[in-house]
Design a protein around this ligand. Structure first.
Ligand code: FES
Ligand code: FES
Length: 179
């Protein structure tokens, strides 16, 4: 057994995980399994398991991360991991992304929404951190979601076909975030 201490949604978490090999040969379970099965964090979803759909997206030290292919040992000790489960806005209100997705009914089955929300969060926060306070255009959001933007290639798939509403929700949330 190996061990990682991380900050998960603002709370310190210490847990054991299975690891085999050492050095460049080290192998461990995917971060997604560790979060869901060991820690009971169910925001990130298992979709494709091969970094293609985005359903498992989390933020690791702010970086958009496909937790189905990131092994636990490859997450730095003391890293800050954020998942949909811990998302909230100011004053314990739902986050602007959550409010916009609900207001615009940007989902049907909801399976993709963890990835849509967490990916968009990482993308919008990176834009803000870079001093870009412009609300992204429809084209920019579409490029982000399709993996064609500079932050890609990390596309986000919605099998229910609600991409139009998802784009609108992300732009609406961005308006809120830049205020
Ligand atoms: S489950 Fe990770 S990208 Fe699809
Ligand atoms: S709402 Fe069903 S996959 Fe997107």
């Amino acid at each position: 057994m190996a061990e990682r201490k991380i900050k998960l949604n603002g709370h310190p978490v210490r847990a054991d995980y299975q690891s085999t090999g050492t050095g460049t040969e080290e192998q461990s379970e995917p971060l997604l399994y560790w979060l869901r099965d060991t820690l009971g964090v169910r925001g990130p979803k298992f979709g494709c398991g091969i970094a293609q759909c985005g359903a498992c997206t989390v933020l690791v030290d702010g970086a958009i991360t496909r937790s189905c292919v990131r092994q636990v040992h490859a997450v730095a000790d003391q890293a800050e991991v954020r998942t949909l489960d811990g998302l909230q806005g100011r004053g314990n209100r739902p986050h602007p992304l959550q409010r916009a997705f609900v207001a615009l009914q940007a989902g049907q089955c909801g399976f993709c929404l963890n990835g849509m929300v967490m990916g968009a969060l990482g993308w919008l926060e990176a834009r803000l951190a870079a001093g870009n306070r412009a609300v992204p255009s429809e084209d920019e959001v579409e490029q982000f979601l399709s993996g064609a933007s500079a932050t890609g290639p990390q596309n986000y798939l919605c099998r229910c076909g609600t991409h139009t509403r998802i784009v609108a929700a992300i732009r609406s949330a961005a308006e809120d975030l830049v205020r």
